[in-house]
Design a protein around this ligand. Structure first.
Ligand code: MF3
Ligand code: CO
Length: 251
């Protein structure tokens, strides 16, 4: 079942998203060579506590942290460790915020220090694909319009579009229906989009092939070929006109 959120719930979701957007603004300055993913996790926990918000991922299906930190060839769901970041790394930070009972979900991949033009391009294309996916949302349209728009941006660059994981409904739960594939074409359901739906759109893009595997910690997803991977995610509300982003801006 795809849930529809009412006006009050959407307003509360927007407050949740605003807190999350603020976390990312602070993280951008905090992330630099020498900082560890565990320090990032603690930094985010402290901000959320101060705001009276709850980290949605902590304890979700047993996940042990507030932030999923995915360095370099880690795609998603990396568990924060104490290894300091080094110049030239990239780190995906994926965070869920529960506030007034509403969950917003967003991710950014940050360059650490200075990255090569090749890596910056991966980040830029992944961002662009997320924005294109969101722009494709129209009430009466369908989920796969999003997948098609995301794929159209990424494919010309020859990057691997991860298809073992997708975007999803969000708001009342961390993961709700529908599943939103980033690859197109794809199998499965293709429901219509309706005002009041809340969606997390999240392309995961590898410089190499699309293949991924899960590490023995049962969480961390890495690229099979060891290539770098980027991940950007926004939570959006489907409106009468299109989609409204609730989790700030990617810049
Ligand atoms: N945003 C993540 C996703 O959509 C949620 C992480 S779930 C957690 O997959 F359990 F890892 F926290
Ligand atoms: Co998500």
């Amino acid at each position: 079942m795809i849930t529809i959120k009412n006006e009050k719930q959407i307003n509360d979701l927007k407050e949740s998203g605003e807190i999350l957007a603020g976390v990312f603004v602070k993280l951008k300055d905090f992330i630099r060579p020498g900082v560890s993913p565990m320090q990032i996790d603690q930094f985010v926990r402290d901000i959320l506590k101060e705001k009276g918000a709850i980290p949605s991922f902590l304890g979700y299906s047993g996940y042990p942290a507030a932030v999923c930190t995915s360095v370099n060839d880690k795609v998603i769901h990396g568990i924060p460790d104490s290894a300091p970041l080094v110049d030239g790394d990239i780190i995906g930070c994926d965070i869920g915020v529960t506030y007034k009972g509403m969950i917003s979900d967003a991710a950014r991949t940050f360059p650490v220090g200075k990255v090569s033009p090749e890596v910056q391009k991966l980040l830029d294309v992944t961002k662009e694909s997320l924005m294109a996916g969101i722009a494709a949302i129209k009430p009466g349209g369908r989920v796969r319009d999003i997948s098609k728009a995301i794929t159209a941006v990424i494919q010309p660059h020859g990057y691997g579009i991860v298809h073992s994981f997708c975007g999803h409904g969000v708001g009342f739960e961390v993961h709700e229906e529908p599943q939103i594939p980033n690859n197109y074409p794809s199998r499965g359901k293709n429901p219509r989009l309706k005002p009041g739906m809340v969606l997390a759109i999240e392309p995961m893009v590898n410089i190499g092939t699309a293949e991924v595997e899960i590490l023995e910690d049962d969480w961390t997803v890495i690229t099979m070929d060891g290539s770098l991977s980027a991940h950007f995610e926004h939570t959006v509300v489907v409106t009468e006109k299109g989609a409204e982003i609730v989790t700030g801006s990617l810049d």
